[in-house]
Design a protein around this ligand. Structure first.
Ligand SMILES: Nc1ncnc2c1ncn2[C@@H]1O[C@H](COP(=O)(O)OP(=O)(O)OP(=O)(O)O)[C@@H](O)[C@H]1O
Length: 250
């Protein structure tokens, strides 16, 4: 039985004023050192799940353990070991990459020489050393995505949540980000990754969950999911079979 980096049971959430819950009793496990793909059409509940797992949003019901720690009782300790790369670019456009990293690093209580070392290491990890002192506003979409990724890595999280980190970028930047994500996995980082791309999920994820309308419909290795659903040749067909929708509908 692999060591679990994260264990969630029965997570439920309804946004104020919404007629339907965004999540209905979701169960999810992350094995230490794996890339886990969370797939679903628009509105399935992927971002809501990530918001709860990264302790930004409190669920109405359910339990969550992260590396054996209850994040609701020990939020500060848990926030030291998790990182979040949000779907929206969350950077100050008029500041340089280095200035953004310094600002967010201080928010994470990194200081002095350690912060400077982490900024240099993170800039190298995302391939932005040469652009470190240029304002984010001058960057291409792919470079902004890489800078966004850098912020999530600054404090060397053990568990990293990535919400569509390759959305809307050119194939070269996408390739670079996927290679970086695989490199973090090789260094032992556990990752939960949301995407609309079946090619990406097939390439980098050891296990996937397919969700729709706030529910997980299936969760396993790709091989076992395909074996358990005869007649489905790949992830796209499995997704269509389970949800009645094409994977990329947005
Ligand atoms: N702040 C909010 N207030 C009210 N409803 C919300 C809010 N955020 C999300 N929702 C609703 O909750 C449901 C799940 O949304 P969520 O953003 O988690 O889906 P998603 O799978 O991440 O979608 P996408 O692929 O479009 O990012 C949707 O019906 C959405 O309209």
């Amino acid at each position: 039985m692999p060591y679990l980096a994260l264990e969630a049971h029965g997570l439920a959430h309804r946004y104020p004023g919404a007629s339907q819950p965004a999540l209905h009793g979701l169960d999810l496990t992350l094995h230490k050192g794996e890339i886990f793909g969370l797939l679903g059409p628009n509105g399935a509940g992927k971002t809501t799940t990530i918001s709860i797992l990264s302790t930004i949003l409190k669920p109405d019901a359910g339990s969550l353990m992260m590396n054996g720690i209850d994040p609701w009782r020990h939020r500060r300790a848990v926030r030291r070991i998790i990182g979040l790369v949000p779907q929206e670019i969350a950077l100050y456009p008029s500041l340089t990459t280095r200035e953004n990293l310094r600002f967010f690093g201080r928010l994470q209580n990194l200081r002095g020489r350690h912060l400077r070392r982490r900024i240099d290491a993170t800039l190298a990890a995302v391939g932005l050393e040469q652009r470190a002192d240029q304002p984010i506003a001058t960057f291409s979409g792919g470079m902004k995505r890489r800078a966004n990724l850098a912020v999530g890595l600054l404090h060397e999280p053990q568990v990293l949540f990535l919400d569509e980190p390759t959305v809307g970028i050119d194939p070269q930047s996408r390739q670079l980000i996927l290679e970086q994500i695989e490199a973090f996995r090789n260094q032992g980082t556990t990752m939960l990754y949301t995407t609309h791309s079946m090619e990406e999920a097939q390439r980098i994820c050891s296990r996937v969950a397919i969700m729709d309308q706030g529910r997980i419909l299936a969760q396993d290795t790709l091989d076992r999911l395909l074996a358990g659903n005869p007649g489905t040749a790949d992830l796209g067909e499995l997704f269509l079979h389970l949800t009645g929708k094409a994977l990329r509908d947005g």
